[in-house]
Design a protein around this ligand. Structure first.
Ligand SMILES: CC(C)(COP(=O)(O)OP(=O)(O)OC[C@H]1O[C@@H](n2cnc3c(N)ncnc32)[C@H](O)[C@@H]1OP(=O)(O)O)[C@@H](O)C(=O)NCCC(=O)NCCS
Length: 160
């Protein structure tokens, strides 16, 4: 892992060489996808519970998001949070996709793909060179075909 200096979490998003806006604001439909969009703990807890099929918890998301993560991406349909992904990082060149979630009622409309695209653009703009993710078998088509990840060897160890 590199020790290159990079933006600290919370620093403004740097300009992109890309002509396309990197805030991901939707222009193609009613769902707005935004890097570091406004969000509350309650909204993430409700969406996460639906997406990962557990009871609604009372987790503090904003503290780790704003102090540890490179950033996060939100998707809003009108005012409702319908998509979220956390982009964690090592402080250097590696960023990691975690907790990708899209509300069931708006799935298969390309929102998940857009969440990952905005995460990718902003991780690149922040100086990251690698974007990692791990997932269950049934999501191979989503991450490999729709989002552009390449298969690789990876390891995972349950700690408790
Ligand atoms: C995985 C998830 C984020 C996808 O969000 P989404 O907005 O429905 O995804 P998209 O519409 O961008 O999908 C793009 C393509 O990916 C593939 N895809 C998406 N979800 C898929 C699924 N459940 N099974 C198989 N392929 C899938 C399809 O090819 C799809 O294109 P198509 O609809 O034209 O066939 C969403 O299903 C979800 O929140 N699931 C529950 C939580 C979860 O498992 N998160 C991932 C943790 S690693």
């Amino acid at each position: 892992m590199s020790n290159d200096a990079h933006l600290a979490p919370g620093d403004p998003t740097p300009a992109s060489d890309n002509a396309a806006p990197i805030d991901g604001t939707a222009t193609d439909n009613s769902v707005a996808v935004e890097w570091r969009g406004r969000v509350t703990d309650d909204e993430i807890n409700v969406l996460h519970a639906e997406a990962f099929e557990h009871r609604v918890l009372d987790d503090d998301w904003l503290t780790p998001l704003t102090t540890l993560s490179l950033g996060w991406v939100t998707a809003r349909d009108e005012d409702e949070l319908v998509g979220f992904v956390n982009v964690i990082w090592d402080g250097g060149v590696h960023a990691f996709i975690e907790d990708t979630a899209v509300a069931e009622r708006v799935r298969r409309r390309g929102i998940g793909r857009r969440l990952i695209a905005v995460a990718r653009e902003n991780a690149t703009a922040a100086g990251c060179e690698w974007l990692h993710v791990d997932f269950d078998d049934h999501l191979r088509s989503f991450y490999f075909d729709a989002c552009g990840f390449a298969p690789t060897n990876a390891g995972l160890m349950r700690l408790k």
